[in-house]
Design a protein around this ligand. Structure first.
Ligand code: SF4
Length: 429
């Protein structure tokens, strides 16, 4: 039997899929090369924006057709869109099963150990196997670059965010468990480990605990690069900056989602910090790591965002002098408080503001990238297509150069010859 994964959304879903792949291997399933040869399709979903959910339902339609072409084919779905592990025959079934009749079952990721029951028993008389989902040994798709979750869930309840409802309360994994998974990954050829959590800085709910863990991971012999996502500005502090400065194998990059640059909007978002606090963190970080990059996330058109609030976001961007930003128009998520806030911003204004921010981000990044011409970066090669390799430097600069597939998973020195707006082109030296 063969399976085919369709993964949407963030790194957490990719990491979850590697554990599910391991459960399937124990059930004698193998990965399919393509959809046609698969017997089972599993979708790992994201519900951060309406668009993400629409995409899932769009693709489900294609999978519905695929299912009709051969008897016995099955479709399952997990991730942030699922609230209740259930199937079409369950007494109480998840709402997605009503919206997607081609789905056979949906499951909360922590119930993955019971996958054999979902696959063989459509009566829904399941005895869910509880226990630590993280005890499942992942089957890494790229052993050179590995993501290791250090926590799951989130207690922050930002007013726009679905994650606390979808993934539940924040649970931290113990140190020994994380270190042992990191050590194993390195033994199996990992050059880069990314420590994952919705808010890594609140790991174990103790000030300084994440910095200590980061330092321990950095001591693992032969581990060339460590990354971590995501940080929260209310919890990120000097302890992490100090550990980064002391360990060269920790990325020269900080991804610190700001979400906005105006205090009134940050308060409505329930982010629990001010723009000034964020800018102080940026200053402290650059004092110790002047050559490192800083990237961020923003939401434009949050309910009640006025022209003045938006102008403050642009000013904030310039002050922080970010290397790059990921941003999206606000998308109301039905279970969250912000969805019922007054003064929802009309789509046309969201679009206008999105464009203005995009122009600023592209112009700022282009200027920064231009200054990298003739510099040499060490790139960990992630993929090569048609003799163009692509990977990131320690600063997370996306870099492309000519090469071949034998370079995937290797660290390669690349001289930047052609900086483009938001990517760098270079040549191997
Ligand atoms: S910190 Fe806020 S935005 Fe991030 S996952 Fe938690 S609730 Fe969502």
């Amino acid at each position: 039997m063969k399976y085919f994964f369709r993964i949407f959304g963030c790194a957490m879903n990719y990491a979850d899929a590697e554990r599910v792949a391991s459960v399937l291997a124990d059930l004698n399933f193998e990965p399919a090369e393509n959809l046609e040869e698969a017997d089972l399709v599993l979708l790992f979903t994201c519900s951060v924006r309406q668009k993400s959910e629409d995409k899932v339902f769009g693709e489900l339609e294609n999978f519905r057709k695929w299912k009709t072409l051969k008897a016995g084919r099955r479709i399952g779905l997990t991730g942030c869109m699922v609230r209740k592990t259930s199937c079409q025959n369950s007494e109480k079934k998840d709402i997605i099963l009503h919206r997607g009749p081609a789905l056979d079952f949906v499951w909360r990721i922590e119930d993955s150990k019971s996958l054999h029951q979902f696959l063989t028993d459509s009566s829904a008389n399941w005895k869910l196997e509880t226990g630590n989902f993280f005890f499942i040994q992942p089957k890494h798709s790229n052993p050179a670059q590995v993501c290791i979750p250090i926590s799951t869930g989130c207690d922050n309840f930002c007013s726009y965010c679905i994650v606390p409802y979808a993934r539940g309360k924040e649970v931290s994994r113990p140190t020994e468990e994380i270190l042992s998974e990191c050590e194993n990954a390195v033994k199996n050829g990992a050059s880069e480990i990314t420590l994952l959590g919705q808010n890594v800085n609140s790991w174990q709910k103790q000030k300084g605990a994440f910095a200590k863990l980061l330092n321990q991971v950095a001591q693992i012999s032969k581990l060339k690069r460590i990354r971590f996502i995501s940080s929260h500005p209310k919890d990120f502090d000097e302890s992490v900056i100090n550990v980064m400065a002391a360990n060269e194998n920790i990325e020269r990059h900080l991804h610190l989602p700001a979400q906005h640059g105006d205090d009134e909007i940050l308060r409505k978002m329930n982010r629990n910090y001010t723009a000034a606090h964020y800018l102080q963190l940026v200053e402290k970080f650059r004092d110790q790591l002047p050559d490192a990059s800083i990237t961020t996330d923003f939401i434009v058109g949050f309910p009640g965002e006025t022209d003045a609030n938006f102008e403050n976001l642009l000013k904030f961007y310039k002050k922080a002098n970010f290397d790059f930003a990921y941003f999206a128009k606000y998308s109301p998520r039905p279970e969250t408080p912000a969805a019922s806030f007054e003064n929802q911003v009309p789509e046309v204004i969201k679009k206008e503001r999105f464009k203005k921010l995009n122009d600023l981000v592209v112009a700022t990044t282009a200027k920064k990238y231009a200054a990298l011409k003739d510099k040499t970066l060490e790139i960990l090669v992630e993929r090569c297509v048609k003799n163009i390799c692509e990977g990131r430097s320690s600063e997370s600069y996306l870099t492309k150069f000519e090469g071949n597939e034998t370079l995937i998973g290797k660290m390669v020195k690349v001289k930047i010859i052609k900086p483009r707006e938001v990517e760098l082109w270079g040549e191997e030296i």
